[in-house]
Ligand binder design. Sequence first.
Ligand SMILES: [Zn+2]
Length: 261
Amino acid sequence: MFIPRADFGYGPKNGKDSKIPEKRIIIFSGAGISQPSGISTFRDADGLWENHKIEEICNEGTWKKNFEAVHDFYNQRRMQLNEVEPNIAHKTIAKMVDEYGKDDVYNITQNIDDLFERAGTEVLHVHGELTKMECEACGNNWDIGYKAFDIEKDRCPKCDSLKGVRPKIVFFYGQAPMYSYMLRAFDYTMNPDTIVIIIGTMGNVVDVNSMLMGTKCKKVLCNMEPSKDLPEDLFDKIYYESIETAIHKIEKDVKEWWNKD
Ligand SMILES: [Zn+2]
């Protein structure tokens, strides 16, 4: 997982005003990029898990009370992840990172799946990672891959805790420490030559609108449908279609914008 540079490249390197950060390509994705791979979203099935609201189960304040249901829920999702593959959008973005260079492309996702990694590129996960576990008792983090966490026999490999073990996921009402790095990346929107690509998010969990409002950089949106939280006049280009068909158009837009002048 990468961390956006903190110095913003201020100075002579950007060839312009020293108060303007260097230009970047910022990709910010949500569930809509992984849906074509077959990953169902929280909102499918009315956001219910065995007749309970997911907000009630996977909730920072109540997860310990719902310990078994929380592990059941994420065990199922982890096993589902093992059965899907990255799609053309993950792969094209991985190719773009290679082409433009990983110092210039900030790939950020709200998704907890590992489809970008499997497409061969790094991504900043702002809502956690399904293939990782953490222990609240000792602070340990570890990879669990696509395996279920068996509450009968599995324990924290470092301190042997059971009750402290949770998926490394930002639950509802939980802290999201990676947001600070996401906001740092979006500071690069102060360069008008920066390009922001918003894919498959309605913009209501992370407030995309307020992060982009007033910026003069190039902005492109791809979603299946309009969202009241993403005003259309914010964007230079909008694709209301599957990211599978839009990604090559976006690739062309980026090429055109990035190489101008
Ligand atoms: Zn532990």
